[in-house]
Design a protein around this ligand. Structure first.
Ligand code: CP
Ligand code: NVA
Length: 304
């Protein structure tokens, strides 16, 4: 059987995504069988991480396998040796790779040259594992996904891209409000619109936060400056000033709205101070669900 990679949330069909979500719910409720006994996962990180690193490591332990963390200083992806060699060498030792990279092309190269599954643990283009955890969280809190409105306020970044594609596949209505020049990239949006045909998801790309937030069942934001963009931070603070999620914006949403953020957050920037620490914030459920969805994902990709 050909190996499967998970570089984009749209690498999986809607049915496959539902299968992962259902399996994650089952594992969360019933605990985990050691289905990956003796298997190993290499974690390659070019950027810092708390949630992703810990949840992948613990996921492998709970499935009976184990994870090895490899820092960029050690591996030197593409510097100490070509990405293609790293992929081929790791394929001789371990059963899967989860990689956090700057360039999305780097996770693609790893996948092209590895004979084992490669999972995108965040690249500049997408964060598919985060989106899986987020859709699980929305499902748990609202009891369904189809027809719910997810409003994303802020930068059209990696997290927004995976949410948009996932929403289009799963039939979640998705509205994104970003400053001009910081919208989701056109090719990504075209792809998202194409996927929504089958699910009936309604999609909107907007420039006014209030317009996106109105009546939404989930209000989502992420940092204005992603990892790797630090030199733009001051400029972005000015440009995104009116895109803060605060009480006023929350008040426009549905009465049962949940407030979402992948963390880490810059409180006082994209979200008002304190807002993430009280209802309707579900940020720690999102963080917990990283573990459950990744266990489901790994058991599918690395299982026999
Ligand atoms: N949300 C998320 O991916 O967090 P980390 O950067 O800490 O892994
Ligand atoms: N957009 C953020 C997400 C961090 C989990 C970043 O790429 O830094």
């Amino acid at each position: 059987m050909a190996k499967r990679d998970f570089l984009s949330i749209a690498d999986f069909s809607a049915a496959e995504l539902w299968r992962i979500l259902q399996l994650a719910l089952q594992m969360k409720a019933e605990g985990t069988q050691p289905s990956l006994s003796g298997r190993s996962l290499a974690l390659i990180f070019e950027k810092p991480s708390l949630r992703t690193r810990v949840s992948f490591d613990v996921a492998m332990q709970q499935l009976g396998g184990h994870a090895l963390y490899l820092s960029d200083a050690e591996v030197g992806l593409g510097r100490r040796e070509p990405v293609s060699h790293v992929a081929q060498v790791l394929s001789r030792y371990v059963d899967g790779i989860a990689a956090r990279t700057f360039l999305h092309r780097t996770v693609e190269l790893l996948a092209e040259h590895a004979s084992i599954p490669v999972v995108n643990a965040l690249s500049d283009a997408e964060h598919p594992c985060q989106a899986l955890a987020d859709f699980l969280t929305i499902y748990e809190k609202h009891g369904s996904l189809k027809g719910l409105a997810l409003a994303y306020i802020g930068d059209g970044n990696n997290v927004a891209a995976s949410l948009a594609l996932g929403a289009a596949l799963l039939g979640v209505d998705f509205r994104i409000a970003s400053p001009r020049g910081y919208e989701l990239p056109e090719p990504l949006w075209e792809r998202t619109l194409g996927l929504a045909g089958a699910s009936g998801a309604r999609l909107q790309r907007l420039h006014r936060p209030a317009e996106a937030a109105r009546g939404a069942q989930a209000l989502y934001t992420d940092v204005w400056t992603s990892m790797g963009q630090e030199s733009e931070a001051a400029e972005r603070r000015l440009i995104f000033k009116s895109f803060q999620v605060n009480e006023e914006l929350l008040a426009l949403a549905d009465q049962k709205v949940i407030l979402m953020h992948p963390l880490p957050a810059h409180q006082g920037e994209e979200v008002a101070p304190g807002l993430l620490d009280r209802p309707p914030s579900v940020v720690f459920d999102q963080a917990e669900n990283r573990l459950h969805v990744q266990k489901a994902l790994l058991s599918q990709l690395l299982g026999s």
